[in-house]
Design a protein around this ligand. Structure first.
Ligand SMILES: Nc1nc2c(c(=O)[nH]1)N[C@H]1C(S)=C(S)[C@@H](COP(=O)(O)OP(=O)(O)OC[C@H]3O[C@@H](n4cnc5c(=O)[nH]c(N)nc54)[C@H](O)[C@@H]3O)O[C@H]1N2
Ligand SMILES: Nc1nc2c(c(=O)[nH]1)N[C@H]1C(S)=C(S)[C@@H](COP(=O)(O)OP(=O)(O)OC[C@H]3O[C@@H](n4cnc5c(=O)[nH]c(N)nc54)[C@H](O)[C@@H]3O)O[C@H]1N2
Ligand code: SF4
Ligand SMILES: [Mo]
Length: 739
C-alpha cells in the first residue's frame, strides 16, 4: 500500500468471479472510501462490475462470522478456536471409527477456486479427512469441459480458451458473458471486447433460449429448445463433412479419429434436427459454412450447454468443431494459456486418464471424477441407509442447499446428519444445519494470486495482491483452518506415503506466499537457467502491483498434449457410446410431459454471485429479480398476467414467485435465476432475508443429469406454471419445510 498524506491506495485483483479484474481501493483512516477499476491492470484495463464495489460490504457485513459458532438448543454460541477444533476432530474421528472413513462427506463450493490459500492446502486436508465421499460444485457446472479436455487432450485442466480479441467469428452457445463476465474464459470487459470484434468486421452469433443481455450485442441471436444443442452441433459437424469444409490444417498431423467422427455424425443432417432444435436446416447450414470460411473462428459453449442432459457430448462437439476447422491452437480460435504457475504441468503426473469413473457412487452408481462424485448424488448418499452411508458432512465455502439440484431434499438430508461442520463466513441455508461453523477471514484479508483463472485467460498475465487488511485478532484464514484440521487429523493415520505425497506435505508446512514463490520461479516464466532464477518471482511481482503482461496466447500443440499417443483424440469411444441417447431425443422430440409442458432454464444477473452476495444492500436494491420469465403466448394460454404470483411445479417441488411476461424468452421455455431462497428459517443474513426470493433448485431434479458425466442438468427441467388463486397463496415449498 502506498502511503499518502490522507488517503491510501491499494491495488488488487477482485476475487469474486472468473474475470480477475484489477481494482483500485482508496482508503482513508483505514476505511474503504472508494473501489474503482484499475486502468493499469494489463488484463482488465479498468473494467469492473458492480460486485467489486460490494467487496467492502462483505468485509463490513455485521452478519459475517468472526468467531467459531456452536449450534445449541438455545441458539448459536461463540466458542474458542481451541474448543471448536477439539470438538470437530473428536467427532469426525469417532464417526469415522464407528461407521468407516467414508461416513464423512465433504462438499467444496465455488469460492474455494477463488482463494489462493484454499487451493494450495485443500488437497492435504482431503487426504487427512480420508473419505472417498467427496463432492463439489464442479458437477453442477463445468464437468463436461473437464472430460472433453481429458479425453481429447489427455489432461482435464488443459482448457481451450476463445481468443476473443483476435477472432473473426464468435459462435456462442448457452453463455451470457454480459451478466456472468465470462466463464471458462477469463476476459474482463466482455462488452468492449465484443464491440471491438464487431467493429473490426467480425461476427458474433449467439444461440440461447433467452434473448439475453449478450444477445443484444450479437449480429444474430437464435432461439434453441433447451437441451437440444447436441443435435444442432451434430448437424453442424455433419455439414462440415458434407460440404468439404473439414480443414484441420497443421492439426491433422497429430489428430486421430476424423473418420470415426464423420461416421458418427452421418445421420444427423440439418433437416433431421431442425424441428426438434427450433433452428431451421437453412440456418444450420449457413452458420456452418460461414464459420468454416471465416479467416479465424471459435465456437464456445458454457453453462447452458454443460449443465443439461447432453453436457458431455456438447462440449466434445464444440471442441471438435474448432479442431475440424483448424481453429484450435491458432490465433483467433480456441487457444491455450501459458500461465506463470502452470497447474496443468504441476498436476500432469496424477494419473489423468484414470481420473474419470475410477469409482462409482454407492446408491446410483454414478461415476467419480478426480476423486469426486456428482453433487446430484449427495442427498441420497446421506439419506439411504446401509454400509457406506454418509453420517457427517463438512462443507467448505459452499451452499449446496441453494446450488445443487433438488436442494429441498438435500436440506432435509443435512438435517438428518449426526454431525455437520461448515467452514463459511455466514449462517445461511446450508450452514444453519452445522453443529460447528468455523469462519475464515474474508477476501480482502487474504493474499491473492489466481492459481486457476490464469489458466483460462485470453492473455497471459500475472499479478500478486497482498492482503489489504490483517484479519482481526483471533481470526483465521481458510488455509490456516485447513492446516490446523489437517495437522490434528493426520496424526490419526500412519500410512506409508509416496515421495510425491511427502513433497506435498512439506509444501503444506510453508505459508502460501512461499509456495507461490516456488511456483513462479519454477514455472514457464520463471527462467531457471540451471544456475540462477532470472525471471518471475514473488519479489518481482510485488514490484508490479498492477500485474505484469506476459503476452498473447501462442500455439503450443502438439507439445502440450498429454494423451498417451501425444495426439488429439477426436472420437473417444466414451462419446460415441453415448450417442444412442441422442437418437432417443430425436425420436421423442421433447422431454416435456403433458403435466409439465414447459422447460425451465436458469439465468444470472450482474448484481448476483451465485447464492452468497444477496446480503449486500447495494446489490439487491431495486425491483425483485427473482421472477419467472414466460413468453406472452404461454402466459395468455395460462391466463397469467405480468407480475402475478404463479406456482411453478416440477417432479420434485414447487415454488411461488412473480411472473415476468416477456418476449425475450422462447415460447415453451421459462427462466428462474438460481441463488435465491433466503426465507428459510434460521438464515442469519438480514439483508438477504429481507429479499428472499425462492430457490430454483427446489424445482431442479437430482435425477436429471447428463448420464455420461454425472453433471447436473439444471437447465431443461420440465415444469408446469399456474396462477395462484387470490387468497389461496401457499408458502413456497422450501419455506413450508421448516414448519
Ligand atoms: N439451478 C442452477 N443451479 C446452479 C447454477 C445454475 O446456473 N443454475 N450454477 C451452478 C454453479 S456454476 C456453481 S459454481 C454453483 C455454486 O455453488 P456453491 O459453491 O455451493 O454456492 P455459492 O452460492 O457459491 O456459495 C458459496 C459459499 O461460500 C461462502 N463463502 C464466500 N466466501 C468465502 C470464503 O472466502 N471462504 C469460505 N470458507 N466461504 C466463503 C458463502 O457464504 C457461501 O456459503 O451453483 C450451481 N448451481
Ligand atoms: N453476475 C454473476 N456472474 C457470475 C456468476 C453469478 O452467479 N452472477 N456465477 C459465476 C459462475 S460460478 C459461473 S459458472 C459463470 C457462468 O457463466 P455463463 O455460463 O456465461 O452464465 P449463465 O448466465 O448461466 O449463462 C448460461 C446461458 O445458457 C442459456 N441456456 C439455458 N439452457 C440452455 C440450453 O439448453 N441451450 C443453450 N444453448 N443455452 C441455454 C441461458 O439462457 C443462459 O443465458 O458465471 C460466473 N459469473
Ligand atoms: S467482473 Fe465484477 S465480480 Fe468479476 S472480477 Fe470483475 S469486478 Fe470482480
Ligand atoms: Mo460456476
Amino acid at each position: 500500500m502506498k502511503n499518502g498524506a490522507v488517503q491510501q491506495i491499494h491495488y488488487r485483483t477482485c476475487n469474486l468471479c472468473e474475470a480477475m479484474c484489477g481494482i483500485e481501493i482508496t482508503l482513508a483512516a483505514n476505511q474503504i472510501v472508494a473501489i474503482r477499476g484499475d486502468k493499469d491492470d494489463p488484463l482488465s484495463k479498468g473494467h469492473i462490475c458492480p460486485k467489486a464495489v460490494a467487496l467492502q460490504d462483505i468485509y463490513n457485513d455485521p452478519n459475517r462470522l468472526k468467531k467459531p459458532q456452536r449450534r445449541t438448543d438455545a441458539g448459536w454460541e461463540e466458542i474458542s478456536w481451541e474448543e471448536a477444533f477439539d470438538e470437530v476432530v473428536e467427532k469426525f474421528t469417532s464417526i469415522q471409527e464407528e461407521y468407516g472413513a467414508n461416513a464423512l462427506g465433504v462438499y467444496l463450493g465455488n469460492p474455494n477456486v477463488h482463494n489462493t490459500g484454499s487451493m494450495l492446502y485443500v488437497t492435504q486436508l482431503n487426504r487427512a479427512l480420508g473419505s472417498k465421499n467427496r463432492f463439489s460444485a464442479t458437477s453442477v457446472d463445468q464437468l463436461p469441459h473437464h472430460l472433453a479436455s481429458l479425453f481429447m487432450f489427455g489432461h482435464q485442466l488443459l482448457f481451450p480458451v476463445p481468443d476473443i480479441d483476435r477472432t473473426d467469428f464468435f459462435l456462442v452457445l448457452g453463455a451470457n458473458p454480459l451478466a456472468s463476465n465470462g466463464s471458462m474464459m477469463t476476459a474482463p470487459g466482455m462488452e468492449n471486447r465484443l464491440k471491438a470484434l464487431r467493429k473490426r468486421g467480425g461476427r458474433f452469433v449467439l444461440i440461447d433460449p433467452r434473448k439475453t443481455e449478450s444477445a443484444a450485442l450479437a449480429d444474430d441471436h437464435l432461439f434453441i429448445r433447451p437441451g437440444t444443442d447436441v443435435l444442432f452441433l451434430l448437424a453442424f459437424v455433419n455439414v462440415l463433412f458434407a460440404e468439404g469444409l473439414v480443414k484441420p490444417g497443421r492439426l491433422e498431423e497429430f489428430t486421430d479419429g476424423i473418420d470415426a467422427l464423420k461416421a458418427a455424425v452421418a445421420d444427423y443432417t440439418p433437416a433431421e434436427v431442425a424441428d426438434v432444435t427450433g433452428i431451421s436446416a437453412k440456418q444450420i447450414k449457413q452458420l456452418a459454412k460461414e464459420f468454416a470460411r471465416a479467416e479465424s473462428a471459435v465456437c464456445y459453449g458454457r453453462m447452458g450447454v454443460s449443465t443439461q442432459a447432453f453436457g458431455a457430448l456438447c462440449q466434445w462437439l464444440i471442441y471438435s468443431i474448432n479442431i475440424l476447422t483448424g481453429n484450435l491452437d491458432a490465433p483467433g480460435g480456441a487457444m491455450f494459456a501459458n500461465p506463470a504457475i502452470d497447474l496443468v504441468k504441476l498436476t500432469a503426473g496424477r494419473g489423468q486418464r484414470g481420473s474419470f469413473a475410477k469409482r462409482h457412487s454407492r446408491v446410483r452408481n454414478l461415476p467419480s471424477n478426480g476423486g469426486e462424485f456428482p453433487a446430484a448424488a449427495m442427498a441420497e448418499e446421506i439419506l439411504t441407509p446401509g454400509e457406506g452411508q454418509i453420517k457427517a458432512m463438512l462443507t467448505i465455502a459452499g451452499n449446496p442447499v441453494l446450488s445443487t439440484p433438488n436442494g429441498g431434499q438435500l436440506d432435509k438430508a443435512l438435517e438428518s446428519l449426526e454431525y455437520m461442520v461448515a467452514i463459511d463466513i455466514y449462517i445461511n441455508e446450508t450452514t444453519r444445519h452445522a453443529n460447528i461453523i468455523l469462519p475464515p477471514a474474508s477476501g480482502l484479508e487474504n493474499d491473492h494470486y489466481d492459481l486457476v483463472f490464469h489458466l483460462l485467460a485470453v492473455r497471459n498475465t500475472a499479478k500478486y495482491s497482498p492482503a489489504l487488511f490483517e484479519p482481526e485478532p483471533g481470526c483465521k484464514r481458510d488455509w490456516e483452518i485447513f492446516r490446523e484440521l489437517y495437522q490434528r487429523l493426520r496424526s490419526r493415520r500412519k500410512r506409508k506415503s509416496s515421495l510425491g505425497a511427502r513433497f506435498q506435505e512439506w509444501l503444506s508446512w510453508l505459508p502460501p506466499h512461499r509456495v507461490l514463490d516456488i511456483g513462479l520461479r519454477s514455472g514457464p516464466h520463471g527462467n531457471w537457467d540451471g544456475k540462477k532464477f532470472s525471471g518471475l518471482s514473488l519479489r518481482k511481482l510485488k514490484k508490479h502491483p498492477h500485474g505484469v503482461d506476459l503476452g498473447p496466447l501462442t500455439p503450443c500443440l502438439p507439445k502440450r498434449l498429454f494423451t498417451r499417443s501425444k495426439r488429439i483424440e477426436l472420437a473417444p469411444e466414451i462419446y460415441l457410446n453415448d450417442l444412442p441417447r441422442v437418437k432417443q431425443l430425436l425420436t421423442d422430440k421433447s422431454t416435456t410431459t403433458e403435466d409439465r409442458p414447459l422447460l425451465l432454464i436458469g439465468r444470472r444477473h450482474v448484481r448476483s454471485n451465485n447464492s452468497w452476495m444477496h446480503n449486500s444492500a447495494r446489490l439487491v436494491k431495486g425491483k425483485n429479480r427473482c421472477t419467472v420469465m414466460i413468453h406472452p403466448e404461454d402466459a395468455a394460454k395460462l391466463k397469467i398476467e405480468d407480475q402475478a404470483t404463479v406456482t411453478v411445479a416440477s417432479a420434485v417441488g414447487e415454488v411461488q414467485l412473480p411472473a415476468e411476461v416477456t418476449d425475450g424468452i422462447m415460447p415453451g421455455v421459462v427462466s428462474i435465476p438460481h441463488g435465491w431462497g433466503h426465507g428459510r428459517k434460521g438464515v442469519v443474513q438480514d439483508v438477504a432475508a429481507a429479499h428472499p426470493g425462492v430457490s430454483v433448485n427446489d424445482l431442479t431434479d437430482h435425477r436429471l443429469i447428463d448420464e455420461l458425466s454425472g453433471n447436473a442438468a439444471v437447465n431443461g427441467v420440465p415444469v408446469s406454471v399456474s396462477t395462484v388463486a387470490a387468497g389461496r397463496k401457499k408458502p413456497a415449498k422450501a419455506a413450508s419445510m421448516d414448519a
